[in-house]
Design a protein around this ligand. Sequence first.
Ligand SMILES: NC(=O)c1ccc[n+]([C@@H]2O[C@H](COP(=O)([O-])OP(=O)(O)OC[C@H]3O[C@@H](n4cnc5c(N)ncnc54)[C@H](O)[C@@H]3O)[C@@H](O)[C@H]2O)c1
Length: 436
Amino acid sequence: MSKNSDAVGVIGVGWVGLVTAVCFAELGHQVVARDILPEKIEALSRGETTIHEPGLEEMLRRNAERITFTTEMAELLERARLLFVCVDTPPTYSGDADLSRVRTVVDNLPAGGGHVLVMKSTVPAGTGNSIRRDLPDLAYVSCPEFLKEGSAVEDFMHPDRVVVGTDPGDEAAAAAVAALYEPLGGTIHRTDVASAEMIKLASNAFLATKISFINEIANVCEEVGADVAEVAEGMGLDQRIGSSFLRAGIGYGGSCFPKDVSALKMLAGNTGYHFQLLTAVIEVNELQKRRVVGKLEKHLGSLIGKRVALLGLAFKPDTDDMREASSLVLAARLQGEGAEVVAFDPVATGRASELLDSVEMAGSALEALDGADAAVLVTEWPEFAELDWADVAGRMAQALIIDGRNFLDAATLRAAGFDYEGIGKPQVAPAPAASE
Ligand SMILES: NC(=O)c1ccc[n+]([C@@H]2O[C@H](COP(=O)([O-])OP(=O)(O)OC[C@H]3O[C@@H](n4cnc5c(N)ncnc54)[C@H](O)[C@@H]3O)[C@@H](O)[C@H]2O)c1
């Protein structure tokens, strides 16, 4: 190892890796960030971010001279002792986490190099111990990432907690990792490697459970004339419950919740334990993405030939990430029922068109809504609340909107002439379905 090995190393420059690299540079560190994709490295070296994250591009440009982007592993190993592994761990067909990219990284590390492997990728509990067994010379720290897409920079710079897991013998490595995060001020939770790995999976599974729970409450609210927003607010005032993650909608998506819930369920299953609760959480989420179809049919009758405009495609606002987005399931279901689907998203249209090639991508919300028989708000981008809805009502073939995120103001929409339906909201009798 070179004497000058005090740079922070980052392996895998996706959402987590890029934010980690840029934020550590912002904190004053030299950073060497390595990815296997040359086009990504070239774009980043020019100061162009490859993902949409508020504040990230400015921070990258501000710190450009502190970050080296490279495809060369040798350069990273030469300059950095702490190696933050941020490669993707997508789901396999079996629902387990695919650790092949993590394995590739580990298998290419030099023996006895004095490096510290800091695992930020989300991996099943037990992974760290197995890597440590294979590479006994390596120091290993589990430091799972909790950032949220859409507020990733903010989350990195102001963490609630930083989990640092290590096993006996690696205390100095854990202290070095903890020291990097200390200036950020969050609680540093020191624990063992397997528990750190479980904290990540259990946290995401718990949040997903909260979402599926409130979605089921919403579905019951629709039957009994209650308003889920009122219910959630009243529940959230109880400090034991808390108000976060109690927004009903058309299901969670993204690169983390679906795969981490599934990975934890499978991890348990592989040990012979049937995690019943997570099985239900997953099923509720899948059904929730489809409920909009029934709502549209209630108003429109058959969807054959009906033009449905999707407002938003990304799995949440402020990101262009389309992984496991509810819009993918919804668009497929609507097309399956014979609807013509047109969509607009302020930033995700490019990524989305690779996945939704039979969906017409509009250049603006108004273009998508023009002549549509119904609109579905899929992603709560703030600009959708700013639309002149009275004008929109005049442009649409039928002024019908299903608000999949309970984001728009129902009274404003109804005053503008819309049939408005949210999720878990008191029902207003629909206008009779138009005869064919
Ligand atoms: N995205 C999130 O919000 C988030 C939040 C917390 C944790 N995580 C976890 O962090 C990990 C990374 O997620 P992500 O969303 O950043 O993934 P991503 O797909 O956006 O990025 C992964 C990057 O790793 C690169 N890569 C793959 N193999 C490589 C190798 N051998 N060497 C160097 N680079 C390699 C890929 O080219 C890609 O650029 C996952 O385990 C994920 O579960 C993600």
